[in-house]
Design a protein around this ligand. Structure first.
Ligand code: NAD
Ligand code: MG
Length: 396
């Protein structure tokens, strides 16, 4: 394949999505095919520097200022600039690049993504938290600056592909699939004893630890339902979740004539990333080809609300809107931290999020119409604090 020569940046280069993006760029010719502007990471500065050297990036940024000396050392003699901290991340997003991968995990990914959109860049969006917390702000910013957002969640890329050439008005429903996660077949009463290691094993996908645990609890799918609502602008009642243990059908779009368009592919994020990289064309991608005769059968089931309470919470968030997505995401992140730290059992995560949502919606009226980076950050901080208090009281 001859890649379109252009300039790229990767935010969250050292993570799972970042590594897959790097892999595709290197296979497509690396520095001979793309001009790499910025690569960013957190504390793994050795890997960040290695990637920056390989792609001959303009600048490498670590989110952690304490890591700057180590990054400088690792980049010595390479000609790559080193920078650190939140302001440096924004400065990196301000640098001209045609295509920007947003693959920082969590709320921290929002500000650099918004900065890139304000410059009219094409934003390949893996950071689903951006849409969940600030969907209207993100979509409006893109529109106001002529920027484009391309979805890089496998389900949303699948929906986007199934919608190519179609009118959104002809869509009746959007179905996103879920593997059911590590505990799909566990008896419910065993979930309280689930360990972090057990929750960190995904049946089909190799991903970062946090999103893997979020798959077991279906908080990941809950975020993705909200993401679908925000990105495609469809009402919540049009969005369905289907348990599909094989993880081969990623999403389906149902049209008003009864047709159901399904997107199938190997569970490999390089497909969704590569689709966004080559869009609007299709490039050759190094993903496995499905042998459906060998696979034989695909199975589907409705998700059990008792096993996956996160899905019900997503419906509440979509009903409230406003800052509810930010509260939901922050409480979920804090609850996940609590589970990983051994402070709360696996099933208690949903209870923590529910409690924080209930308390904050009673206090402040979360559904206010306009959201800004400021009030989002405020809601994020407050929800984390409250979740911490709920977790602490649960431990006594
Ligand atoms: P990861 O944890 O593997 O990597 C996250 C990246 O963000 C790393 O480069 C890390 O250094 C950086 N980072 C972490 N905290 C940071 C902070 N506070 N400030 C700046 N940078 C920080 O995560 P991942 O699995 O690659 O996921 C990245 C995003 O993509 C998430 O939003 C996730 O939900 C989404 N996503 C991931 C997958 C997947 O298969 N891994 C699939 C769909 C969507
Ligand atoms: Mg997904």
């Amino acid at each position: 394949m001859t890649p379109i020569p252009r300039s790229v940046s990767i935010f969250g280069a050292t993570g799972s999505i970042g590594e897959s993006t790097f892999d595709l760029l290197m296979r497509a010719g690396g520095p001979d095919a793309f001009r790499t502007v910025a690569l960013t990471g957190a504390r793994n500065v050795a890997r960040l520097a290695e990637m920056a050297r390989a792609l001959r990036a303009e600048v490498a940024v670590t989110a952690d200022p304490a890591c700057l000396p180590a990054l400088r050392d690792a980049l010595a003699g390479s000609g790559v600039e080193a920078a650190a901290g939140e302001a440096a991340l924004i400065e990196a997003a301000d640098r001209p690049a045609d295509w920007v991968m947003s693959a920082i995990v969590g709320f921290a990914g929002l500000a650099p993504g918004l900065a890139a959109l304000r410059h009219g860049r094409t934003l390949a969006l893996a950071n689903k938290e951006s849409l969940v917390t600030a969907g209207p702000l993100l979509m409006e910013t893109a529109k106001a600056h002529g920027a484009r957002i391309l979805p890089v969640d496998s389900e949303h890329s699948a929906v986007f592909q199934a919608l190519a050439g179609e009118e959104i008005a002809a869509v009746e429903r959007i179905i996103i699939t879920a593997s059911g996660g590590a505990f799909r077949d566990w008896p419910l009463e065993r979930l309280a004893g689930a360990t972090v290691a057990q929750a960190s094993t995904h049946p089909n996908w190799a991903m970062g630890q946090r999103i893997t645990i979020d798959s077991a609890s279906m908080f990941n799918k809950a975020l993705e339902v909200i993401e679908t609502r925000e990105y495609f602008g469809v009402p919540p009642e049009m969005i369905e979740v289907l348990v599909h243990p094989e993880s081969l059908v990623h999403a389906m779009v149902g049209f008003r004539d009864g047709a159901l368009m399904a997107h199938l592919g190997a569970p490999d994020m390089r497909h969704a990333i590569g689709y966004a990289l080559n869009w609007p064309e299709r490039g050759h991608l190094p993903v496995a080809r499905l042998d459906l005769a060998q696979i034989g059968r695909l199975s589907f089931a409705a998700p059990d609300p008792a096993r996956y309470p996160a899905l019900t919470l997503a419906r509440e968030v979509m009903a409230i809107r406003g800052l509810a997505g930010a509260v939901f995401n922050a409480a979920k992140e804090a609850a996940l931290d609590g589970f990983i730290a051994g402070q709360i059992p696996f099933p208690a995560m949903a209870g923590v999020v529910e409690e924080v949502l209930a308390r904050m919606s009673a206090q402040t009226g979360l559904g206010i119409a306009t959201i800004s980076l400021d009030n989002l950050q405020g809601a994020d901080r407050e929800a984390r604090g409250l979740a911490g208090a709920v977790i602490a009281s649960a431990r006594m």
